[in-house]
Design a protein around this ligand. Structure first.
Ligand code: ATP
Ligand code: MG
Length: 435
């Protein structure tokens, strides 16, 4: 028989394993608390959607749709018709689809959030993966600047709660479609006049999406881009007022920000306010959260026109930043480790362990290898390594007396006392960590 081929994970897609997975769970718990504090409700949409949802919703010429999507044709049904499906590259389009499909806005605006994996076929590197995770918050059906500001404050709240200090906030206003059209014409004219300085990407985008040229990461184009006509100079009264109102709330709340007239965001559907939270601690992949207003997307996806605003943060980047900032995340350790000196201990111990667990005590049961349960000495070694604060010893003596020995392994190590085997409720709480 030939040796089985080992199959590795797909490039750019990561396993999340202990102990790192504890940091993920901790982050998700913190996010749930923050979302609850702002009255956002959870939604979970499928990981696959019809490709058309993204080609329509994200704009046909974004990088994501052009070259980063995992798309395929499903098997044909009995009529020979096959669906074009894609792994979701982001969650806003899917969330809006769900909101429209289930008519969630019938009785007013909704504040929603999601967490989950997204898929983009990018070049894997630090902070950039092919399966990555986003947490996003979206407020749909609200048009006022106070909601743009509230979403930004929600992110700021989250940074504070997580212990992240090194971030800055950049804001821009993309205006409304007619304002963008005027600006677009001015941009094309400007870039055409400097056609010789455009790189290949920029030449490709010149007539399809010139705004995206401003988002270039090519250092050779920076000077050209710096001199380009500014959208901010093409904004009308209403857009200016909206932008000013958002800033007034941020100033009142003491949130520092700067205005970046070149901030356009990677996805096409934004209007008015756009923003990014950026850190300098992560190298090139420094954007940890980005979002903005997308008042035309719901209509584009077939819903009754309604305004919306939201953001998405990159979980891998935020976790890496937590590490850079030295934020300590509690390691999950069991409260108690059950020592089982021989096979006869097991049936006697088990009801006691189950009762302790039902009362919220985290109990790790000793389990043996091929040679049986192992010596007391080796079991105590494992109890120590588990990090548990107590060992529960279910010896023959104890069991015969209807008891179990509870031995301290950390604080006051060595101290031990006997407790009732049949009434663990009487002493369970004393085993729980002080929290
Ligand atoms: P970038 O400019 O870094 O490519 P983006 O504009 O494509 O980001 P969005 O689509 O707005 O990003 O996604 C929101 C957040 O998700 C980003 O700010 C980033 O933190 C994270 N993110 C995006 N793409 C990836 C990826 N391939 N791997 C890890 N995180 C990502
Ligand atoms: Mg991108």
């Amino acid at each position: 028989m030939s040796a089985p081929t080992r199959i590795a994970a797909i490039k750019g897609m990561n396993d999340i394993l202990p102990p790192a997975s504890a940091r993920w769970e901790w982050l998700e718990d913190q996010v749930r608390q923050a979302m609850a504090a702002y009255a956002f409700r959870n939604v979970r949409t499928p990981i696959m959607e019809h490709t058309q949802l993204f080609t329509r919703g994200l704009g046909e010429v974004t990088d994501v749709v052009e070259k980063e999507m995992y798309s395929f044709e499903d098997r044909p049904d009995q009529h020979g018709k096959a669906d074009h499906l894609s792994l979701r590259p982001e969650n806003t389009a899917g969330l809006v689809r769900a909101v429209v499909e289930h008519n969630l806005l019938y009785d007013g605006g909704k504040r929603l959030y999601y967490m989950g994996p997204m898929f983009r076929r990018e070049r894997p590197q630090r902070g950039r993966y092919r399966q990555f995770h986003q947490i996003g918050a979206e407020a749909l059906g609200f048009g006022g600047p106070e909601v743009d500001a509230e979403l930004i404050l929600l992110a700021v709240h989250l940074w504070a709660q997580l212990g992240i200090r090194h971030w800055r906030l950049e804001l821009n206003c993309l205006g409304e479609p007619d304002e963008r059209r005027a600006h677009r014409a001015a941009l094309i004219e400007y870039f055409e006049a400097h056609a010789g300085q455009l790189d290949e990407d920029a030449r490709r985008r010149l007539h399809s999406n010139p705004l995206r040229i401003l988002d270039t990461k090519n250092p050779a184009m920076q000077a050209l881009v710096d001199g380009a006509p500014r959208l901010l100079d093409h904004l009308g009264e209403a857009s200016r007022a909206h932008f000013e109102a958002v800033q007034a709330v941020l100033r009142a709340a003491g949130v520092p920000y700067s205005i970046n007239p070149r901030l356009v965001r990677g996805l096409d559907y934004y209007n008015l306010t756009v923003f990014e939270f950026i850190t300098d601690s992560l190298g090139a992949q420094g954007t940890i959260c980005g979002g903005g207003r997308y008042d035309y997307l719901i209509e584009q996806i077939g819903g009754k026109p309604a305004p919306a605003v939201g953001w998405a943060m990159g979980v891998e980047r935020v976790l890496e930043l937590l590490g850079e900032e030295g934020v300590r995340v509690p390691e999950p350790v069991p409260d108690a480790y059950a020592i089982l000196p021989d096979a006869a201990s097991v049936p006697a111990a088990m009801p006691c362990l189950q009762a302790l667990r039902a009362r919220g005590v985290a109990v790790q049961m000793h389990a043996g290898g091929e040679a049986g349960l192992g010596s007391m000495k080796s079991q105590f070694k494992k109890a120590d390594a588990s990090g548990a604060r107590f060992a529960l010893i279910f010896g023959a003596d104890e069991i015969a007396a209807g008891q179990v020995t509870v031995k301290a392994l950390r604080d006051g190590a060595g101290a031990q006392q006997r407790q009732s085997l049949t009434d663990p409720a009487a002493w369970a709480d004393a085993l729980k960590s002080p929290a």
